[in-house]
Ligand binder design. Structure first.
Ligand SMILES: [Zn+2]
Length: 244
């Protein structure tokens, strides 16, 4: 008979065995590389608060190593009166990335990304949106044919896959840490898998997992390259300043 905790696992019905394996390995890697005191100090400075439930740094500036995204456990128990369920496993902490994501959001990019990847993508009307003008990927084309309908379906499938990969990483973390997910079952982040609600969360996921996992996060990263790019150091806070 399944235990209560096994029952409190998120459903990932569409993931291939390969994708599941990628998620399990990523979770194991996060657990093996716990955040250092210097990491925690710089993230505290980035957020203006202590990062409760932090497991590890899930993405870093490729030049200076400063944390960009943190991985947080599914149930926070430290420094809180009552255990707090935490669905946003990957949280964007880099002030430069946060600002760039906010700029894209206020430019209205989310509406267009939602038409391309969200539930609208398969709702009969074909998307004719361009995510961020000429910089958008070639997946983004005026769509008026059956072929384009197929592209919409495929894009939405990729977004559902991103959602399930988010949950699969968290399942593995929860299993290893003994954290119950009963209050956050099938809740991922950023509006996945039907909506595009928070680019910060989707960019955080894309940075934490690498390209090819979260198509909306990847797209947003392409759109914000002039302002934020993990390969280009524009960090104002550097982890090196917190090391001793
Ligand atoms: Zn840097």
């Amino acid at each position: 008979m399944p235990t209560k905790d096994e029952l409190a696992m998120n459903d990932v019905p569409h993931l291939s065995e390969d994708d599941l394996q990628i998620c399990r390995s990523r979770a194991q890697q996060l657990l093996a590389e716990r955040a250092s005191q210097a990491d925690i100090a710089v993230v505290t400075e980035q957020l203006g608060r202590y990062p409760r439930g932090i497991i590890s740094v899930a993405a870093r500036c490729q030049q200076c190593g400063t944390p960009l995204v943190v991985a947080t456990r599914p149930l926070i128990t430290e420094r809180v009166k009552h255990p707090t369920p935490f669905p946003t496993t990957f949280y964007l902490t880099s002030p430069e990335a946060v600002k760039a994501a906010s700029h894209l959001e206020s430019a209205g990019v989310m509406v267009e990304l939602q038409e391309l990847y969200g539930e609208e993508a398969i709702a009969g009307e074909t998307a004719a949106a361009q995510a961020c003008g000429a910089a958008a990927s070639d997946a983004v084309e005026t769509a008026d044919s059956g072929e384009a309908q197929g592209d919409n379906l495929e894009r939405h499938r990729q977004y559902v896959r991103a959602h399930e990969m988010y949950l699969a990483v968290r399942n593995e973390l929860a299993r290893e840490l003994g954290d119950s997910q009963e209050h956050i079952l099938n809740i991922s982040a950023g509006g996945m898998p039907t909506r595009v609600k928070c680019l910060h969360a989707l960019v955080g996921h894309a940075l934490a997992m690498g390209p090819g996992v979260n198509p909306v996060g990847d797209e947003a990263l392409r759109c914000m390259k002039h302002e934020f790019d993990p390969a280009v150091c524009r960090c104002t806070l550097k982890v090196a300043d917190f090391e001793r």
